[in-house]
Design a protein around this ligand. Structure first.
Ligand code: P53
Length: 488
């Protein structure tokens, strides 16, 4: 058995983490353009007034905007059949609410998709990967404002109409569940929401100290569900062949012990972090436990109108896609040891090693997750649209990078995906995160590298953006050429 012949193999990036050219050809400022970098122990900070002396990693990123031909040629050399990227909303509607779209922005993505087509690479396009126009945050208050639903749908349909013959695979919102994970930055990244006082402050604010309001977060997330459903519906009317998916930051949760209380806690967490959003987008309705969650958290769910319920039912997704990096342990035991690092949320799992950023390495957890998802959504194809190993890479004198740790990570995960397929899971594709080094979303670092392709660019702003192949480049090429059979 193993991987089917038409399996989609490739890699994934996000506009804000790779394009740079942050004000070129009419692009407007977006949420990530307001953020400075941090590191494993230091949260990223928000700096309200663009300060010319500060280093904003998204402003130049890896300059994909001017290197995309070279980069796509390298992806083609590895044999990619799919390339996941996002359209930056702020290139198409610089203020989010402009009357007409920005032609230069639309033309840029035409060129990118044409370049993919040249090599037989299918683009998989995320419509919103944290690139919310800054004007949507300041003028509308982000997705808590229902007007933003219409603005998003207008943007999405503009893209659908323009690219309907070039792009078949679409995702609405990247990691729509990010606000359910307790990172403290979910409101801003995912929902474009920020406290008024924070917006107008004159100092740097660490993202984990942003003020949030749970009621508003849940309302905004609901509005995003509605925007996503309306988008799916509109997409199918424009081209019935479109495959439109959701995208979940998969946070698979294990109980730290077999204590029944730990089992129940793990189940509860799994539901809130993953299935709350998955159920709405795949099944088209809120699950029963959502209402208990509202009750326990003092949330008034009257924002879910009858009209919205109908929309959610009519706009269910064609595929379930997710990012998978790690698994997490939970326990009711308050003395259990926590795992360090940024955004890793669990307790220490004594059976797993972790990356330098504290993210556990759990390939078997991927097989488990794929099976769980298939049991839950039996009629829905699945795609792993992010998976990878963020690491410090060492460049040798001759320019080579011997990233055997990255090869090990991928080998083990691909092996487990193969097992899952043999278990009967309808897995249709795999895009590794950051096939080319890019800016980390969580820390804003260049030093947290994911690529098969090295980019000479550093956190102090030095580097000439030149690209080179790491050892993992030839390895992934061989994996794709052998349909996932040759993993040595
Ligand atoms: P970085 C948190 C936990 C898991 C995945 O993350 C996450 C996040 C939030 O950043 O995000 C996804 O760059 C996201 C990408 C991101 C990637 O994971 O912090 O969709 O934008 O780059 C990896 O190492």
């Amino acid at each position: 058995m193993g991987f089917p012949k038409n399996f989609l193999w490739g890699g994934a990036v996000a506009a804000n983490q790779c394009e740079g050219a942050y004000l070129e050809d009419g692009k407007g400022l977006c949420v990530p353009d307001m953020l400075l970098g941090g590191d494993v122990n230091t949260p990223r900070t928000f700096l309200p007034k663009n300060d010319p002396t500060a280093f904003y990693p998204s402003h130049e990123a890896i300059d994909f905007y001017h290197h995309y031909k070279e980069d796509i040629a390298l992806f083609a050399e590895m044999g990619f059949t799919v390339f996941r990227l996002s359209i930056n909303w702020g290139r198409i509607f610089p203020n989010g609410d402009d009357e007409t779209p920005n032609e230069a922005g639309l033309a840029f993505y035409d060129s990118v998709f044409d370049e993919c087509k040249k090599y037989g690479i299918e683009p998989l396009v995320t419509l919103c990967h944290y690139e919310i126009p800054w004007n949507i945050v300041t003028k509308y208050g982000g997705f808590k404002n229902r007007k933003v639903i219409d603005l998003f749908v207008k943007y999405a349909t503009t893209c659908f109409k323009r690219y309907k013959d070039k792009v078949k695979y679409w995702l609405t919102f990247n990691e729509i569940n990010i606000g359910m994970m307790g990172f403290g930055m979910g409101d801003l990244y995912g929902l474009g929401m920020m406290d008024e006082e924070d917006i107008h402050s004159d100092h740097r604010i660490p993202l984990n100290q942003l003020k949030a309001n749970r009621q508003q977060t849940m309302e905004a997330l609901h509005n995003e569900f509605v925007a996503s459903a309306l988008t799916v519906k509109a997409g199918h009317e424009i081209n019935p062949d479109f495959m439109i998916g959701n995208m979940i930051a998969q946070s698979t949760v294990y109980p730290l012990s077999p204590r029944p209380e730990d089992m129940l806690l793990a189940q509860k967490e799994e539901r809130i972090r993953n299935f709350y959003c998955g159920d709405v987008q795949v099944r088209g309705e809120y699950p029963s436990y959502a209402y208990r969650y509202f009750e326990e958290n003092g949330i008034d769910p009257s924002f879910i109108t009858e009209e919205d319920k109908k929309i959610l039912k009519e706009g269910t997704v064609d595929m379930y896609t997710f990012s998978y990096y790690m698994t997490n342990c939970v326990s009711i035991d308050p003395t259990a040891e926590k795992i360090g690092g940024n955004m890793s949320m669990g307790l220490k799992n004594p059976y797993l090693k972790a990356s330098d950023w504290g993210w556990t390495i759990d390939p078997k957890g991927l097989r488990y997750t794929l099976n769980e998802l298939h049991d839950r959504y039996p009629n829905t194809p699945l795609m792993v649209v992010e998976n990878g190993f963020g690491a410090f890479d060492q460049v040798e004198e001759d320019g080579s990078v011997h990233d055997s740790y990255r090869i090990d990570y991928f080998r083990d995960h691909i092996q487990e995906m193969k097992e899952a397929i043999e278990d009967g899971v309808p897995l249709i594709g795999y895009t590794t995160w950051g096939p080319i080094d890019l800016v980390s979303a969580g820390t804003g670092q260049y030093a947290k590298r994911y690529g098969f392709i090295y980019v000479n660019r550093h956190d102090d702003g030095t580097g000439d953006f030149s690209r080179s192949r790491k050892d993992s480049f030839a390895w992934y090429k061989k994996v794709i050429a052998s349909d996932g059979e040759d993993l040595d």
